[in-house]
Design a protein around this ligand. Structure first.
Ligand code: F6R
Length: 608
């Protein structure tokens, strides 16, 4: 979704801001702009479409001089994606320019109030009220003015502000939308995402809700919501810029698929000591755990699918009822939560609006919370009682791959760890399951190596207009993710079904030539799955069978076969998803789709 960058230093700001905006392109956007303060005169350039249009219009930034400025990529919410609605927005006299991520919920009433005071609105955005409020309250003290302005705003904002009267300064403020300050030498920055900063500095400060920062080339001052100075810690980003670059791969998605053995290893290995799983980060007493009578897992999209995998593993090992729900539903239902409930939220970005709201709701109702998160310092990581980082590194492709598999790996580990602490499994079972988990990275590699024919399958099936994924139990959980991967990047209609449920209606859609991907890795359900395969074959479907290496009986029914390494049944979802990610990737490539930035999608969904 929208991205923000800000810079103040000695160099020309515009090329630096454009470079930062390019690093945020992966988040999804439909227009972009910059505003630069050149010795007290603000120049603004904004265009709809790609950042390259902005680069052309500004001669890669060289056409605008000034050493402090702000930039933005906009993913339209209020108003069409056109030049006028693009950010920055300026006050009528050109004194202020602002960029904004988030949604101002009371913008309609503020707009009316400002119009009555004579302010003219050019755009349809909620953001424009902010710049007019700044102008309205301005009395020469900009810090005070910004504080007064944000106190009128309801909703969420990450805000970047420049003012003609402060040629060297950039200001930043946040509420429910991420904003990170970059600490440089003789120059300072802010951005909504650390990816935009890391090529210039790895020293960052995570701004908290309600805080305001004033940045000059040599200084950063931070204040709380009533203007008191706040001392903040400088953190060091743990990864290099190469991690956020393609490294020779054609697409980020392919690179991230191939990175999975290493990413899952990073999530697992530091947490295994003397053959036992140890989550040092988990601050839950044995007494509390023994009293837990229900576990909720809540998340969105692929993270929700990881939660489905987690449900099967946790339920099987803990014997506690597990409920998995979409965060967007969980937050508005009336979940039966009390101090005996444990709520697990899962999020790659840590900034998904619905997941944040579900987490807050769970805390409000008295549950203890665990967040499984990738992005360090994100809102969810800061809000949850316990944080288990997935350590996947930056994920740039919009469609998640290593984000998902590392979430699943952490959930598997959590299942074994909690089962052991609750004495639900013997020491031998714990050792065996831990050993199995340690094998996941090599199983992922094997799942890649076993399937060099995936591009051929993609060529064969890419013209199907509708695809079904069926499976049972853990296979079904993997179907959900396999199906989402295919539809989101190839735009082919695709549905995941619990195999036994197909004949209760949906089988009406199976017709000659329809592709059905049948997942049959759970050994005890293999024969049942073969019956389902027969049902769809009898109606003319083409079948790709996915099963464990060596289970050759699949050949009698499937048109094509994908083998994955044999794994403990509970843990098969990780290696099983790999060929499905690759299949989605190659089908999308066959169909000429924009794989890393699928249409209409954003990397981190920060609005409801
Ligand atoms: C799909 C995908 C999305 C995200 C979802 C939640 O490939 O990436 O479905 O999984 O938007 O995002 P996070 O995990 O950042 O909360």
């Amino acid at each position: 979704m929208c991205g923000i960058v800000g810079f103040t230093g000695r160099d020309n700001a515009a090329p630096i801001l454009l470079d930062g905006l390019k690093k945020l392109e992966y988040r999804g956007y439909d227009s972009a702009g910059v505003a630069i303060n050149g010795d007290g005169v603000i120049t603004m350039v904004k265009v709809s479409g790609k950042i390259n249009n902005l680069c052309e219009k500004t001669e890669n930034g060289a056409a605008i001089s000034g050493s402090a400025g702000i930039g933005h990529t906009r993913w339209a919410t209020h108003g069409a994606p056109n030049d006028i609605n693009a950010h920055p927005h300026m006050s009528m006299d050109g004194k202020f320019a602002i960029v904004h991520n988030g949604i101002i919920e009371n913008y309609a009433e503020l707009r009316l109030e400002l119009q009555e005071s004579g302010y003219e609105f050019l755009s349809e955005t909620d953001t424009e009220v902010i710049v007019h409020l700044l102008d309205h309250y301005y009395d020469g003290d900009l810090k005070e003015t910004i504080m007064k302005t944000v106190s009128r705003l309801e909703g969420s904002y990450a805000l970047g502000v420049i003012c003609a009267d402060f040629p060297d300064a950039v200001f930043a403020a946040r509420q429910n939308s991420p904003l990170i300050l970059g600490v440089g030498v003789g120059e300072n920055y802010f951005a909504s995402d650390v990816t935009a900063l890391v090529s210039r500095t790895k020293n960052v400060i995570y701004l908290d809700d309600g805080e305001l920062a004033e940045l000059s080339p040599s200084n950063i001052s931070i204040f709380d919501c009533i203007g008191r100075p706040v001392q903040k810690q400088i953190s060091r980003v743990a990864w290099d810029i190469e991690a956020a670059e393609k490294g020779g791969y054609e697409h980020f998605m392919l690179k991230e698929i191939m990175e999975q053995p290493r990413a899952v290893k990073a999530a697992i290995e530091p947490r295994v000591r003397s053959g036992k799983i140890a989550f040092d980060e988990l601050d839950l007493t044995d007494e509390y755990l023994t009293n837990v009578d229900r576990i909720y897992i809540t998340a969105c999209g692929s993270a929700f699918h990881a939660g489905q995998v987690g449900k099967y593993a946790l339920e099987a090992l803990l014997g506690v009822p597990i409920e998995v729900d979409f965060a967007s539903e969980f937050r508005y239902r009336d979940p039966i939560i009390n101090e005996r409930s444990l709520v697990i939220v899962i999020s790659q970005s840590g900034e998904t609006a619905d997941t944040i709201a579900a987490l807050n709701e769970a805390k409000r109702r008295g549950a203890k919370t665990i967040a499984i998160v990738n992005v360090v310092g994100s809102t969810i990581a800061k809000t949850a009682d316990n944080v288990l980082y997935t350590w996947a590194g930056p994920e740039i492709a919009v469609a998640t791959t290593k984000g998902y598999t590392t979430q699943v790996a952490v959930l598997y580990m959590l299942s074994v760890c909690l089962a052991s602490r609750l004495r639900r499994i013997s020491a031998e079972t714990e050792a065996r399951l831990t050993e199995e988990i340690l094998m996941l990275p090599s199983q992922i590699q094997r799942a890649i190596d076993l399937n060099p024919h995936i591009p051929y399958l993609a060529k064969r099936y890419h013209e199907n207009s509708s695809v079904f994924f069926i499976g049972r139990n853990m296979d079904y959980a993997a179907c959900l993710e396999g199906s989402l991967k295919l539809k989101e990047i190839s735009y082919i209609h695709s549905e995941a079904y619990a195999a036994g449920e197909l004949k209760h209606g949906t089988i009406a859609l199976i017709e000659p030539g329809r592709l059905v991907v049948c997942l049959a890795c759970c050994e005890r359900l293999f024969d049942k799955m073969m019956s389902n395969v027969k049902e769809v074959k009898a109606r003319g479907a083409k079948v790709i069978g996915v099963t464990a290496e060596g289970r050759k009986r699949i050949f009698s029914e499937a048109d094509d076969v994908i083998f994955v390494p044999t794994a403990e049944e509970l843990f098969c979802a990780v290696s099983e998803i790999i060929p499905l990610q690759l299949f989605a990737y190659h089908v999308a490539k066959e169909n000429g789709c924009d794989i890393d930035k699928p249409k209409n999608l954003a990397k981190s969904v920060t609005v409801e």
